[in-house]
Ligand binder design. Structure first.
Ligand SMILES: *Cc1c(COP(=O)(O)O)cnc(C)c1O
Length: 393
């Protein structure tokens, strides 16, 4: 495929493999294994499988490979490995590169399951983890040391949408030889060029914008060919986190419309954030695309747009927030994000329920805070829905 293709062309054509039937839509190779022409060929493939030679679906599959090549082309990554979920991707990205005695520095504001891997799993196997406020570069500088093997961060935090200065953190990490692993979900593959900005490994939950239609769990790890094939692949091959071919097909179809959807969602999010800001029933309205966002300038440098999520505080705490959620007619109450449907979440009682009051307070998660993932509906309809529900808050 051509290196000169622009994003939308790559998202439709990159990685395609056509069978002898010349199908237009990518085929679903729903097969666990592959037949060899001869015993010699089987032996040779087990010794060293070529680029388009498959052995077993836990190792790789043609439909999965199409998805991996397409997303790698979008990210400008040398290679990619698709996984059964976003968490399988985060776990494999970190566990495959670490061993007992290694040190990791991580931003504190993390998706709950990412926090579990860093706090509970890695430490159980002798990896030491230091948590920092990801937006405070002095804390990163103070925490890294010669034994630091990796730093981990979500480039935009959930749900308060703090943006981490990726090139600055990468410079600090690379100064001690640590790899930079970025969970890039909130920045989206459309707006973020994390590898260009200094990340060594980028991880996505494909469940979010890449599927974007609420159908399946999936994940992907992107990086250099050396890292993906020598470090990550052996770990994933043998521990079983592979993506299913059917999921890969859904994700391929998701990629075709990813750029269109995410740009429409971001435009809607900006319009909604602007309409909500200053509303008498609201406190803070957090959206990196608004000039009032504390890291607006950084977000515009790093992301081009403010993303697809808006967080805001309903005055009157949890009761008022619940009245607001229950009065919505278009926006649905759920906990996914990046979906074509607009989805609203009350983090205190759902995604961040397991944290203590103090931990939530430290992350800026107040009882009135809600997180809105903006879908592809007409923004005027969404604004009208939000406004009528606020009347009832
Ligand atoms: C959803 C999410 C994950 C986990 O992805 P799954 O596909 O649900 O396993 C990890 N990190 C972030 C930032 C997420 O939003």
């Amino acid at each position: 495929m051509s290196k000169d293709w622009k994003t939308r062309t790559k998202l439709v054509h990159e990685g395609i493999r056509r069978s002898q039937y010349g199908e237009v839509s990518e085929a679903i190779f729903l097969t666990q294994g592959f037949v060899y022409d001869s015993a010699e060929q089987a032996a040779q493939r087990f010794e060293k499988a070529g680029d388009d030679e498959f052995i077993y679906a836990r190792y790789g599959n043609p439909t999965v490979r199409m998805f991996e090549e397409r997303i790698a082309a979008l990210e400008g990554a040398e290679d990619a490995f698709a996984t059964a979920s976003g968490m399988a991707a985060v776990n494999a990205a970190l566990t495959s590169m670490l061993r007992a005695g290694d040190h990791v520095v991580s931003a504190r504001a993390l998706f709950g399951s990412c926090l579990y891997i860093l706090e509970e799993v890695l430490t159980r196997y002798g990896v030491e983890v230091t948590f920092v406020d990801g937006t405070d570069l002095d804390q990163w500088r103070a925490a890294v040391r010669p034994g630091t093997k990796a730093v981990f961060l979500e480039s935009m935090s959930n749900p308060t949408l703090e943006v981490i200065d990726l090139p600055a953190v990468a410079e600090i990490a690379h100064g001690v030889g640590a790899k930079v692993v970025v969970d890039n979900v909130f920045s989206t593959p459309v707006f973020s060029r994390a590898l260009e900005l200094g990340a060594d490994v980028v991880v996505y939950s494909a469940t979010k914008h890449i599927d974007g239609q609420g159908r399946a769990l999936g994940g992907v790890v992107l990086g250099t060919r050396e890292y993906i094939r020598k470090t990550l692949e052996p770990y994933l091959k043998h521990t079983g986190g592979a993506m299913s071919p059917f999921t890969a097909w859904l994700m391929l179809k998701g990629l075709e419309t990813l750029d269109l959807r995410v740009r429409a969602q971001a435009a809607g999010a900006l319009a909604i954030a602007g309409a909500l800001e200053g509303h008498p029933k609201l406190g803070r309205v957090l959206y990196p695309g608004l000039a009032s966002h504390p890291q607006h300038a950084l977000a515009m440098r790093q992301l081009e747009k403010g993303g697809t999520v808006v967080a805001f505080e309903v005055q009157g705490g949890q009761d008022a927030a619940f009245r607001f959620l229950n009065a919505l007619r278009i926006v649905v109450i759920s906990n996914n994000l990046g979906d074509a449907k607009s989805i609203i979440t009350h983090p205190t009682t759902t995604t961040h329920q397991r944290l203590t009051d103090d931990q939530r307070a430290a992350l800026g998660i107040t009882p009135g805070l809600v997180r809105l993932s903006v879908g592809i509906e007409d923004a005027e309809d969404l604004i009208a829905d939000l406004m009528q529900a606020l009347e009832q808050a």
